[in-house]
Write a protein that binds this ligand. Structure first.
Ligand SMILES: [Zn+2]
Length: 268
């Protein structure tokens, strides 16, 4: 039975991943997400259904457009596979405890993956994605309040949204006053607010720790290897999304381990 669930999670995850690729390309460019149908960006060739099967078509076409032979970015396949892996992970971790939480987590992770790609490629995090994530976060408040989701309390979610939303806003305003330039984009602040509700304050704190540490290390490496001037903008949402994904999957485990470790330090 659970094997069947995994099978459908991966299959559906691949198809949704394919749709995420459409969102990643069209939302930042303010294009309609339904029409026109998928086409080759180089020659305009309209993809037939058999050119559009996740992963499979890429392999059959060997990464080239059927019509013009132009290169198809491997990123499309990577997003499809990544999304399928995230969905399978949700089945592994949440399916036994709560199916609604498993589904909401899966869709939330898909949205975080989409935000990561749009921020990396265009330095844009579409508001429509923030709103969609906000709706899921609100649904989780209800699930927590009604006891369906036992891992995070409803008030931890409200505290998380308030503290991280306001916290990021205050830091952004203070930094801008002092340095005279933007430190964080509006996308970071909105995701801090939504993420605080989505994860609850404990897990969001862990997520932001991961984001800051990993983000700093990557920034140092990028600055050393590519000589860019100090005012170059760097995306931060990918690091926030990474931290949030880790805490969505392993937050309960990590927090329990941390608490056990801390209580172990107290002499009895
Ligand atoms: Zn083409």
């Amino acid at each position: 039975m659970i094997g069947l669930v995994y099978f459908f999670a991966v299959l559906l995850g691949l198809c949704v991943g394919s749709f995420l690729n459409v969102l990643i390309y069209r939302l930042p460019n303010n294009m309609n997400i339904a029409v026109p149908g998928s086409h080759c960006p180089q020659c305009g060739y309209k993809l037939k259904w058999y050119d559009n099967i996740p992963v499979v078509s890429y392999c059959i076409l060997r990464g080239k457009c059927r019509s013009c032979g132009g290169k198809i970015s491997f990123r499309y396949t990577l997003v499809e596979l990544g999304n399928a892996a995230l969905w399978a992970g949700c089945v592994a971790i949440f399916w036994n405890t709560s199916i609604p939480v498993a589904c909401i987590s899966a869709v939330s992770l898909s949205i975080l993956l989409t935000m990561t790609c749009t921020d990396l490629e265009y330095l844009i995090v579409p508001d429509s994605l923030q709103i969609a994530l906000g709706v899921l976060a609100t649904a989780l408040i209800v699930l927590s309040a009604t006891g369906v989701d036992k891992s995070v309390t409803w008030y931890s979610r409200l505290i998380g949204g308030t503290v991280f939303g306001l916290g990021f806003l205050v830091i952004a305003v203070l930094f801008e006053k002092k340095a005279g330039r933007e430190s964080m984009g509006g996308g970071d602040i909105k995701l801090a607010l939504v993420g605080g509700v989505l994860l609850g304050w404990e897990k969001m704190l862990g997520a932001m720790l991961v984001a800051t540490i990993v983000g700093s290390i990557v920034l140092i490496i990028v600055r050393k290897t590519a000589k860019q001037d100090k005012n170059t903008q760097y995306p931060f949402v990918p690091f926030m999304a990474l931290g949030m994904a880790l805490m969505i999957f392993f937050g309960d485990f990590l927090i329990k381990g941390y608490m056990d470790f801390m209580t172990g330090l107290i002499p009895v």
